[in-house]
Design a protein around this ligand. Structure first.
Ligand code: C5P
Length: 227
């Protein structure tokens, strides 16, 4: 069964906590990205963990292998799932896997392939179609020993076909009733599940809804009853 991850892309921690109170009991995973983490740091993650939430720390590390490996080592005890950029290359990805010494594979390490906000022609220096580039980055992630990739739901079927053990985490999720915003390679929750996504990351369709709890429940219902 696919899991829903609520992206806490909010400027204010109290706002995030109020939202979590509203969806209490319905949610297993939340995502902390660069906005919240830059402001509140590890203390926020401890507060979320005390609410029994699993934490996806989406910092998308991308630097030289040594620096990123040290950052992964620091993040080991802070979260359940962590992202690094596949474009950091083989040596960087292998160094990340080596830095996660925990035999229980915590945190799960996911490689960002191609941001879901990129359409064809927008990735600097890349003339390939985003889905083809995402596939080759997924292949790299797999051979480097990552647990999964971040990709558009539109790419999941092909990636799973080529790499059956790789998990797929998909942002760019837009129910029919939500606006796409800056996202380009989007899919509905039902499509993402039907195509094999393991995790669905949703931010604005819930955060900006008049009734966030209702929006979340509608998305959970779509996950439970895909196409
Ligand atoms: O608001 P929305 O549902 O578009 O939020 C999507 C979330 O997923 C954002 O926090 C964004 O940073 C993240 N994300 C993404 N594309 C990726 C990786 C992460 O949109 N490739």
């Amino acid at each position: 069964m696919a899991e829903l991850i609520l992206a806490l892309d909010l400027p204010d921690k109290n706002e995030a906590m109020r939202l979590l109170d509203k969806v209490n009991g319905e949610l297993t995973w939340c995502k902390v990205g660069m906005e919240m983490f830059t402001h509140y740091g590890p203390q926020l993650l401890a507060e979320l963990a005390s609410r029994n939430l699993k934490i996806f720390l989406d910092l998308k590390f991308y630097d030289i292998p040594h620096t990123v490996a040290q950052a992964v080592a620091q993040a080991r005890t802070l979260c359940d799932l962590l992202t690094v950029h596949c474009q950091g290359g083989r040596r960087m990805l292998e160094a990340c896997v080596a830095a996660r010494t925990d035999p229980s594979r915590k945190p799960l390490l996911f490689g960002v392939t191609v941001l879901t906000s990129f359409a064809y022609g927008e990735i600097p220096g890349i003339n390939e179609q985003p889905e083809d580039f995402a596939r080759s980055l997924a292949s790299l992630a797999d051979t480097c020993g990552l647990d999964g990739v971040v990709c558009s739901a539109r790419e999941v079927k092909q990636i799973k076909h080529e790499h059956p053990t790789l998990s797929c985490l998909c942002p760019g999720i837009r129910p029919e009733w939500a606006a796409a915003g800056d996202q380009r390679r989007v899919a509905t929750p039902a499509q993402a599940v039907a195509w094999g996504a393991d995790y669905l990351v949703v931010g604005r369709p819930i955060l900006e809804a008049l009734d966030p709890r209702d929006a979340l429940l509608r998305i959970l219902d779509e996950i439970d009853h895909p196409l």
